[in-house]
Design a protein around this ligand. Structure first.
Ligand SMILES: [Zn+2]
Length: 239
């Protein structure tokens, strides 16, 4: 364990702690609830998107130059600008609450009060520890409390929270909690199965593993309801 000792100091609940002291068993509910929000600075949106692109472009150019790349090469010339635009306007656009999808709810006219499951929602995110892709599928379920949500909004919500530097646990919880808020019910479940390229393409270079995380609220905490949901995920459908 020596090599893992005190990699860095972090602040948790206002207390300075060493990372080596952080054991998953000790994290507890308190940590989970305080870390569900993406850690952002207060001035995160003082700069406009275009100002951010200009600054990131300059910094990314420096990174490439330090790596020894020849930025006069036609193929590389445009890369700093491309990366900067991609960060701000595409893959990290979900950091900005202004980009949150508007959620329209409808009355549940047909009184459908069974579980609704939308499975295999593909998403692309990026690991906040290495800034390389997380590729996954999200399975989202809820039991209507009188209101229903447009199906495409479930995709949009997954996409919004995926487009941030993420950890899979937080992504799962952010989608679950947001859906609970929007639908006005605790009865929401999320399962995410994802591949982390920081595990596959570097580090331990494990190309076959995937990571599963789950969020169960309200009735989904009951074994029967949870089992029904998980059964639906196993159904193989051909279209
Ligand atoms: Zn990573």
């Amino acid at each position: 364990m020596k090599q893992n000792e005190t990699l860095l100091n972090i602040r948790l609940n206002g207390e300075q702690i060493e990372l080596s002291d952080l054991h998953i068993d000790d994290m507890g509910d308190d940590h989970i609830s305080t870390s569900v929000d993406t850690p952002m600075r207060e001035d995160a949106f003082v700069k406009t998107d275009d100002e951010k692109v200009v600054e990131i472009e300059a910094h990314f150019r420096s990174i490439m130059e330090i790596l020894g790349l020849d930025l006069t090469d036609d193929s590389l010339k445009g890369t700093p600008r491309r990366v900067a635009k991609m960060y701000v306007k595409e893959i990290f656009q979900g950091l900005n609450p202004a980009n949150k999808p508007a959620i329209a709810l409808f009355e549940n006219k047909y009184k459908y009060n069974e579980m609704l499951v939308e499975k295999n929602i593909s998403f692309y995110s990026n690991c906040e520890h290495h800034f390389v892709p997380i590729i996954g599928k999200a399975h989202v379920a809820y039991i209507s409390n009188g209101k229903v949500i447009g199906l495409s909004k479930l995709n949009r919500l997954v996409e919004y929270f995926a487009k941030r530097p993420q950890v899979q646990e937080r992504l799962t919880m952010q989608i679950g909690k947001e859906l609970q808020k929007d639908l006005g019910t605790e009865d929401v479940a999320i399962v995410i199965d994802a591949k982390h390229l920081c595990v596959a393409s570097r580090g331990v270079e494990d190309d076959t593993s995937s990571t599963i995380t789950a969020f169960y609220g309200g009735k989904f905490k009951e074994d029967k309801v949870k089992e029904e949901f998980l059964k639906y995920l196993e159904l193989k459908t051909e279209f």
